[in-house]
Design a protein around this ligand. Structure first.
Ligand code: ADP
Ligand code: MG
Length: 347
């Protein structure tokens, strides 16, 4: 037995062989998935509901780095980030399609691993993979995913529905994915310089936040159970500050966030300190947490009060009050939407 994993060139299978191989692993579970892989297009029955459709692209070297992102995790994340957008509309994802640009340095086994992650995400979130496209790429791996979901017309939540005085609420905790990325980048740099094996110990939580995030399906279900319909909602891909401003701007309002309310996990906090970064800044501007940020009417506060999965971090104000961050001393600072991209370039 050899330790070398077997390597089958993509050219040995060909495009159709590859698609057949992928298709053979897929079993459709929704009646609404009328036709999956195997015709010119998939066929979906909306079953009388509104459909929501969203697409995200992930580019090697821009959104991920294959030197530390395992392919299975990458496949998982690529699906999850799209599902997160569907949940952010208060809808339920049902189908995804997957477009792949593959360089010829990719063996069939690598594509298998990528799909392993994608299909695991599909299984965990109850979604059918119904189609896609496969091309060769000369500039690294390209993954484009489209997710399709459904909702009752009256349940859909837009970014523009917030009202003055609504509470601003966030799920989970913030800044973890960004700190996970910092640890991965540091260990990559050390490895390049010294050849030392990465020391990732004790960072499981933030590494998972970066490499294998989850979409907050549970929060959508929780809100439905509590009988709370957010007035506006968005998922946090670019960072809390940027997303809060999106809700405020789209709703024609201002927003006020309280620094002391930001939910930060202890591992995130400690790692930020180790890197000489301000944990609050990481929570405000480090992206890719895929938590849900939403507004609710004050009247709904009692229904969500004390729930450990969600935190009230501020409230909406009139437009003239602007976008503000209130520090622990009560001082007000203008909230800036750096987004995680700009944030990275700055450091
Ligand atoms: P066309 O040339 O008409 O675009 P393709 O050969 O690209 O057809 O696709 C054939 C079938 O395989 C379609 O159902 C398509 O959705 C599916 N498919 C192609 N690539 C992928 C992929 N990477 N993942 C899942 N399904 C795919
Ligand atoms: Mg095609």
């Amino acid at each position: 037995m050899s330790d070398t994993p077997s390597r089958t060139e993509l050219s040995a299978l060909g495009e159709f062989g590859l698609i057949e191989r992928l298709a053979s692993r897929i079993q459709l579970q929704h009646a609404s998935s009328v036709k999956g892989i195997g015709d010119d297009a998939a066929v979906i029955d909306p079953e009388g509901l509104h459909q929501v459709v969203t697409t995200d692209m992930l580019l090697e070297g821009v959104h991920f780095d294959l030197s530390y992102a395992p392919l299975k995790h990458l496949g998982y994340k690529a699906v999850v980030v799209n599902l997160s957008d569907v949940y952010a509309m208060n809808a339920t994802p049902r189908q995804v399609t997957v477009a792949l640009g593959l360089s010829n340095r990719f063996p069939v086994e690598a594509v298998d691993e990528l799909y392993e992650g994608m299909l695991l995400a599909c299984k965990n979130y109850g979604v059918d993979l119904v189609g896609g496209d496969t091309c060769s790429s000369r500039s690294g791996l390209v993954i484009g995913i489209t997710a399709i979901g459904v909702a009752n017309k009256e349940d859909i939540v837009y970014r523009n529905g917030a009202k003055d005085n609504d509470l601003l609420v966030v799920s989970g905790d913030l800044g973890g994915a960004y700190m996970g990325l910092q640890v991965l980048e540091r260990e990559k740099a050390v490895f390049k310089e010294t050849g030392a094996q990465p020391d990732l110990g004790g960072n499981d939580y933030i590494l998972e936040r970066q490499l294998k995030p989850e979409a907050r399906k549970d929060i959508i279900e929780l809100l439905a159970k509590l009988g709370v319909k957010p007035t506006a909602m968005i998922d946090i891909s670019d960072g809390l500050a940027s997303e809060a401003i999106h809700i405020a701007r789209n709703s024609g309002l201002g927003v006020r966030i309280f620094d002391e309310k930001l939910p930060i996990d202890p591992t995130t906090y400690k790692t930020a300190r180790d890197f000489d970064l301000d944990p609050s800044t990481c929570a405000l501007n480090g992206g890719e947490d895929y938590e849900l940020l939403f507004t609710i009417a004050q009247a709904d506060y009692d229904k969500i009060k004390g729930n450990p999965s969600i935190t009230v971090i501020g409230h909406m104000t009139d437009k003239a009050s602007g976008y503000m961050l209130v520090d622990r001393q009560g001082g007000q600072h203008e909230l800036r939407a750096q987004g995680w991209d700009a944030f990275l370039k700055r450091s």
